[in-house]
Design a protein around this ligand. Structure first.
Ligand code: MRU
Length: 369
């Protein structure tokens, strides 16, 4: 996507030095546009853990590059099979909820023959990591095309008034490789002249909506308004929301969706107000091996300090301030699970399907044994 007048992806390999993976530092946005250089498995692990890079598809792609960087660390005394197994286990352990992480690590390691000489192993690993990036870009563009007719249909009934879309967290191109998931139909609609307006949930505690989605939509010229997370229900009651579109970190085979904490509450409000609620996701975010999302999806618990403090921009610097009395106990779950019954549909690269085992199996039959 364009940043200023230059096209960017969220992650890429440095042309001049293939041992360096470059990413947009999402901890600095929207205040600074900085590129971080990742040169080791540890760099990738830390960048995912501390959320320099975040968002399910991007976490997957980064982990894939992590396996590639692990092959560059092989010396002639390295037990290659053990080294790759350790790197895979380590990378897969850095965040538990987004299934793309383990999917991507397995995708690369399944294509690596430890018996190969290190240089061939590295090119095989790089080829797999780059193909994951290409796949996810194509998936997001296809998700855009799958979701566009939904916005067109709503727009047709709005007599030129904008389609009001509520979104939660950042499921944009920064969270993917390009185009985004929930944002892909929005960008396509906007670029094709369909009037749209996006209500952006700030998305406490890390404010991905306020910091990243607002920045993305601003760059693309898409009309938007930032709201407190607790405002969406009120807007829905007053007819100010036509549709809710969110991303997904892990969907179960029967259509339960894990996404940023707070998504479930938006689904409940949408259901109560009969507003369509869609989750946009590539099939790499579907865990075909699990059924009951509430019981089987691991929900990340993060540092309570993310709750007790908030970061922002002050006198030219990014500062963090405490927002409660010192030593206030806090609990910080990063995600929640929206049961399939509250989801109008899943917007995928293969089209829109109902959030049910039957429909998901029909659309992704090759993924079911
Ligand atoms: O904690 P984050 O920022 O990684 O959470 C991200 C989300 O919940 C996104 O909605 C999800 O990963 C989909 S990204 C296309």
């Amino acid at each position: 996507m364009l940043v200023g007048d230059k096209n960017y992806q969220s992650i890429w390999l440095d042309e001049s030095d293939p041992s360096v993976v470059r990413v947009i530092d999402q901890q600095k946005l929207p205040f600074f546009f900085e590129i971080a250089e990742l040169r080791s498995v540890d760099d990738i692990y830390n960048a995912i853990r501390n959320m320099t890079i975040r968002g399910a598809p991007l976490i997957g792609a980064a982990a894939a590059f992590g396996i590639y960087l692990a092959t560059l660390e092989i010396t002639n005394t390295t037990n290659i099979r053990l080294h790759l197994e350790n790197a895979a286990r380590y990378l897969t352990s850095c965040r538990p909820t987004a299934v793309n992480l383990s999917w991507a690590v397995n995708y690369v390691t399944d294509r690596l023959d430890p018996g190969l000489p290190p240089n061939l192993l590295s090119s095989a690993a790089l080829e797999s990591a780059l193909s994951i990036c290409e796949k996810e870009k194509n998936n997001c563009m296809a998700i855009g095309k799958s979701g566009l007719p939904i916005l067109e249909a709503i727009s047709a009934g709005k007599k030129g008034e904008p389609v009001n879309i509520l979104t939660h967290c950042n499921a944009g191109w920064l969270a993917c490789i390009d185009y985004g998931t929930a944002t892909a139909p929005i960008y396509l609609a906007h670029n094709s002249g369909i009037p749209v307006h996006v209500w952006i949930d700030e998305t406490r505690p890390r404010n991905q909506g306020a910091m990243l989605t607002a920045w993305e939509l601003g760059q693309a010229g898409v009309p938007h308004t930032l709201i407190a997370d607790n405002t969406g229900g009120h807007l829905m009651q007053h007819g100010m929301v036509d549709i809710v579109m969110v991303g997904c970190d892990r969907a179960s085979a029967k259509g339960d969706v894990a996404n940023k904490i707070g998504t479930y509450l938006k689904a409940l409000a949408a259901d109560d107000n009969k507003i369509p609620f869609y989750s946009a996701l590539p099939s790499s975010s579907i865990d075909f091996g699990i059924s009951n999302g509430l019981e089987e999806i691991p929900v990340e618990e993060r540092d309570p300090e993310e709750i007790t403090s908030v970061s922002g921009f002050l006198r030219g610097k990014i500062e963090s301030v405490r927002i409660c009395p010192e030593n206030t106990p806090a609990l910080n779950f990063g995600f929640d699970v929206t049961p399939a019954k509250y989801i109008t549909g899943l917007i995928t690269e293969k089209g829109i399907c109902k959030a049910s085992r039957k429909d998901i199996k029909e659309m992704f039959s090759d993924k079911f044994n």
